[in-house]
Design a binder for this molecule. Structure first.
Ligand SMILES: O=C(O)CCC(=O)C(=O)O
Ligand SMILES: [Fe+2]
Length: 323
């Protein structure tokens, strides 16, 4: 492989932020953007709307695959301000699930209670702890009070598959109506139940969402990206789009897409104890979240395997071999 300068993974969760996020299903980071950055992104979404014949300023305006619509949104794919949080969870298999912009004017349509994950068999059935999507929100208008098209969530509800009020606009005891200042960034666990407040104000609520997932979960807003557009991206952005011609590559990405990032602590492209006999792109590489859950996080059933087999099979190299 040609000599290639890889980037260190940008910073992500602090331990406190992780604990709060896992407890609440939501994290709020104020002043993530300064006023120039807020203006820059607002300008981008206003340009997108102005260029769209379908834009109607009296209706809720929402587009997905927003990264292909504007350079400023494309630059967010791997933006160091937030991508490290997603990398902490999805590691080397990070993918952009969806990119959206929203403009919510007075009396525009607004969402009923729902989780973002799958319906009849929600993500939590398979993944009771880790989110199968992490949704980053950038908020570009001040929303000082309710009834401004605010995002509303039920703290901790990422742990339940049932919520009274599902499919309704009902206000529920314990819900949190998010009031915030422009420039706030939020992180949402995809199993969290949420709804949107009506907007009865004269302020048009404007924001951008980018959700990330593992590469093997289906994309929400494209089958493949436009080839000419992909060529305008840097290496990490292109990898994170995971626009593979072979569907199986989403599960087993090609060698050239490895490493996505170098470990931010060690600067290495692999775990220190990993087996150099397994090709780099096929080696198990621990995510930051796994390390937080106990290194190595083997999952609740791993000890049953360990009991039945010689420890030599799993120690000292806990390698996941290629299949
Ligand atoms: O606009 C919002 O605040 C949330 C939208 C939403 O829940 C969704 O698109 O799934
Ligand atoms: Fe949602």
């Amino acid at each position: 492989m040609a000599e290639q300068a890889y980037r260190l993974a940008p910073s992500g969760f602090t331990r406190t932020q992780w604990d709060d996020f896992m407890e609440e299903g939501f994290l709020i980071i104020e002043n993530a953007l300064d006023s120039d950055e807020v203006a820059y992104y607002r300008n981008a979404i206003e340009q997108i709307a102005a260029a769209d014949p379908k834009f109607n300023p009296t209706k809720t305006y929402s587009i997905s695959n927003a990264v292909e619509r504007h350079r400023a949104v494309a630059e967010m794919i791997d933006h160091p301000r937030h991508v490290g949080y997603a990398y902490d969870i999805y590691g080397e298999l990070l993918k952009l699930h969806i990119s959206q912009i929203f403009m919510r004017p007075k009396r525009g349509s607004h969402n009923i209670w729902h989780p973002d994950g799958a319906r009849g068999v929600p993500y939590g059935v398979f993944s009771p702890e880790l989110p199968m999507q992490l949704k980053i929100g950038y908020w570009l208008t001040d929303l000082p009070e309710p009834k401004m098209g605010n995002f509303v969530y039920m703290p901790g509800s990422h742990r339940t598959h049932y919520l009274r009020g599902y499919d309704t606009h009902e206000s529920l005891p314990g819900e949190r109506i998010l009031t915030l200042k422009a420039g706030t960034m939020t992180l949402m666990h995809a199993s969290l139940w949420h709804r949107v407040e009506p907007n009865l104000s004269d302020v048009v609520r404007k924001n951008i969402f980018l959700a990330y997932c593992p590469s093997w979960i289906c994309e929400a807003d494209r089958h493949r990206s436009n080839d000419a557009w992909l060529k305008t991206l840097n290496r990490e952005q292109r990898i994170i789009m995971r626009s593979y011609s072979s569907p199986y590559a989403r599960t087993k990405p090609p060698e050239s897409d490895s490493p996505l990032f170098l470990d931010r602590d060690t600067g290495k492209d692999c775990d220190p104890e990993s087996d150099s006999g397994v090709k780099l792109h096929r080696r198990k590489r621990q995510t930051w979240a796994e390390k937080q859950m106990g290194a190595p996080y083997e999952g609740p059933l791993a000890e049953r395997f360990a009991r039945r087999h010689s420890p030599a099979l799993i120690e000292p190299k806990r390698e996941m071999r290629a299949v």
